[in-house]
Design a protein around this ligand. Structure first.
Ligand SMILES: Cc1cc2nc3c(=O)[nH]c(=O)nc-3n(C[C@H](O)[C@H](O)[C@H](O)COP(=O)(O)OP(=O)(O)OC[C@H]3O[C@@H](n4cnc5c(N)ncnc54)[C@H](O)[C@@H]3O)c2cc1C
Length: 341
């Protein structure tokens, strides 16, 4: 056996909420060959399985009575150079932010707006990570993984992944079916900075930058994120806990009549994306807690935090209370972003 199967492992350091939960069995996988071997092991089919990377989009509400598999496959390099793109690849277990910084240092721009997002490369397609006007899908070429039902190694291109807003086929038809082992990215030679989102422009003005490099953009995004978002190393959290809900034009105009301050963004399909943080803030949740342990962050209403000693169930109870309030006041359903186990 080429892997180290452990019993009754605490998952506290494997989830950025920092909640306590035990894994009945835990294993770290470093290669596709190990994954194939694990799939043939009796424990694989004995009970439930949970694949994890960095645990930064995960809410563990109970002990896990099955097998937790951490994908730790590393490696990154330039796969090929095409007329219009650099094609770069990385193992699923690479740290996302380190990978982004490596591409920038190598002179391949394109991922700078996604700097400082926690977690692994392999988890990035699951919810099509996005920040500051760029989503994974904008730079994605293809991924490799194992179809765990058949044991086949599969390659999926962008269309096959059916990326959407914080969404992909891995949350739908292929849920729990593909273990991602590596990803290829297309980084454009004809790069153009994406600057029209959040506070990027005002930061550029402050720094007297008119023609920012990709590294400048990464530095700015990093600075804005550090100022706005709580650091999981200091206070447990999983970033935004709720997706921004998308409503039809009719509902949007009704909401706008009753709540003129509503913050929303029109969508190409005619719908409107509502700022979930605004809805939550309007219900008075910023900085509030039900039990003193799980709380809504005091500067960012979209982020739920573990002030210390919260269980996953405490955080889930808080999330439900926030959802109930928003539903009563706005008739809008908030959908959680992290995977709840
Ligand atoms: C402070 C903070 C800020 C954040 N900001 C953002 C942001 O700006 N934008 C954004 O989109 N997200 C953000 N997130 C969420 C999170 O960082 C991303 O979703 C990230 O991609 C999760 O990576 P992970 O390795 O930690 O995944 P995990 O939490 O370990 O897993 C998440 C899901 O992916 C699955 N999974 C993980 N690895 C694999 C694999 N190799 N194959 C198949 N399935 C897999 C898991 O089963 C689970 O369903 C933030 C989180 C935090 C804590």
């Amino acid at each position: 056996m080429n892997f180290d199967l452990q019993r009754n492992v605490s998952l506290k350091r494997f989830n950025t909420f920092g909640v306590e939960a035990l894994a009945r069995h835990f294993v770290r996988i470093d290669s596709m060959a190990q994954l194939a071997e694990l799939r043939a092991h009796p424990l694989w089919s004995e009970g439930p399985r949970l694949i994890i990377g960095g645990g930064s989009n995960l809410l563990l509400t109970r002990d896990f009575e099955g097998l937790v598999v951490q994908i730790a496959i590393t490696g990154r390099d330039l796969a090929r150079v095409e007329d219009s793109d650099w094609v770069v690849q990385a193992g699923a277990g690479e740290n996302w932010d380190s990978f982004v910084r490596w591409t920038l240092a190598s002179g391949w721009p394109g991922l700078e707006n996604l700097a400082l997002i926690p977690g692994s490369v392999g988890a990035a397609p699951i919810q099509n990570i996005g920040a500051y006007g760029v989503e994974l899908k904008d730079r994605f070429d293809a991924l490799e993984g194992m179809d765990v039902e058949t044991g086949q190694v599969v390659t999926l291109n962008k269309e096959q992944c059916r990326f959407g807003y914080r969404d992909s086929i891995f949350k739908g038809d292929l849920k729990s079916r593909i273990v991602i082992t590596g990803i290829r990215f297309r980084l454009p030679k004809n790069w153009q900075a994406v600057l029209d989102y959040g506070d990027i422009r005002s930061e550029l003005t402050q720094r007297h930058l008119t023609q920012p490099s990709a590294q400048d953009v990464a530095d700015i995004v990093t600075a804005i994120r550090r100022a706005k978002l709580p650091d999981p190393a200091v206070i447990g959290n999983a970033g935004s806990f709720f997706k921004n809900p998308v409503v039809l034009a009719e509902q949007h105009s009704l909401l706008k009549t009753h709540h003129p301050g509503l913050v929303s963004y029109s969508q190409p399909d005619g719908g409107f994306k509502l700022a979930a943080a605004w809805l939550i803030d309007q219900c008075g949740w910023k900085g509030r807690s039900l039990d003193g342990r799980a709380a809504v962050h005091d500067r960012q209403a979209l982020v739920l935090v573990n002030r210390g000693g919260a269980s996953g169930a405490d955080i889930l109870a808080l999330a439900h209370a926030v959802q109930d309030n928003v539903r009563q006041r706005f008739e809008v359903e908030l959908e959680p972003e992290p995977v709840i186990v």
